[in-house]
Design a protein around this ligand. Structure first.
Ligand SMILES: N[C@@H](CCC(=O)N[C@@H](CS)C(=O)NCC(=O)O)C(=O)O
Length: 214
């Protein structure tokens, strides 16, 4: 029987805690694959010290210094301790291949620099907090990112990024949306929800349902 995996995530004052987009990605995968897991919630200010203390590997900041972020996944079934949402996704797919999240060799697509278009598009959805009245221009940028993502979604017949095939790409998009939904003021989320005929609120709801998190 599979032993319970441990996901390290960061706390919030929101009901249910869950808000941060990168730790949300492994949460969606664990739930999608039906793996038993618990969450250890870490105060944002304690993340670095706490993750170093459990022996997690650091990531590199752009200036080359170490950072010890969440998510981190501990798997007592194998002894693995993995840092970084994409590394965790790879690990889970390799170790628990049932209910694939990288169908059609899409992991190499996400990792391949020549396929960066995909990733840049997903990243261009990313606009830093805080969201306030000065966001006029960034709203335009954000909407542009979603226009691009919408075009990609329109290129297939099904509701997922790969048509009828659910994949990690949908989880990435959904986790960004989840973050917006959780941290933005309600009217700001309503604004995003109104784009493309309600596509984004629907996609988030669909991915939550597919991952049994709804
Ligand atoms: N590339 C990492 C980024 C993770 C990340 O940015 N984590 C934030 C919380 S969402 C963090 O732990 N920051 C801690 C810090 O900066 O000290 C991933 O995808 O997992």
């Amino acid at each position: 029987m599979t032993q319970t995996l441990v996901l390290y995530d960061t706390l919030s004052n929101l009901p249910g805690n869950n808000w941060s987009p990168n730790p949300a990605k492994p949460r969606f995968i664990l739930s999608y694959k039906g793996l038993p897991f618990v969450t250890v919630w870490v105060e944002y200010s304690d993340i670095s010290v706490a993750m170093k203390a459990i022996g997690a590997k650091p990531n590199k900041r752009s200036d080359g210094t170490d950072v010890y972020p969440v998510p981190v996944l501990s798997d007592p079934n194998t002894g693995a301790l993995i840092t970084d949402s994409l590394e965790i996704a790879s690990y889970l797919e390799k170790t628990y291949p049932e209910k694939a999240i990288f169908p059609n060799n899409s992991e190499s697509l996400i990792r391949d620099p020549t396929s960066a278009k995909f990733f840049i598009g997903v990243r261009s959805i990313d606009v830093p907090l805080p969201w306030d009245a000065t966001y006029g221009e960034d709203w335009a940028l954000l909407e542009k990112g979603y226009n691009t993502a919408y075009e990609w979604y329109q290129k297939t017949d099904g509701k997922w990024f790969m048509g009828d095939t659910f994949s990690y790409a949908d989880i990435i998009v959904a986790c960004r949306l989840l973050w917006f939904k959780r941290v933005l003021k309600e009217d700001e989320w309503v604004r995003i929800s109104s784009w493309h005929g309600g596509k984004w609120a629907q996609l988030l709801a669909d991915v939550e349902k597919e991952c049994k998190l709804a």
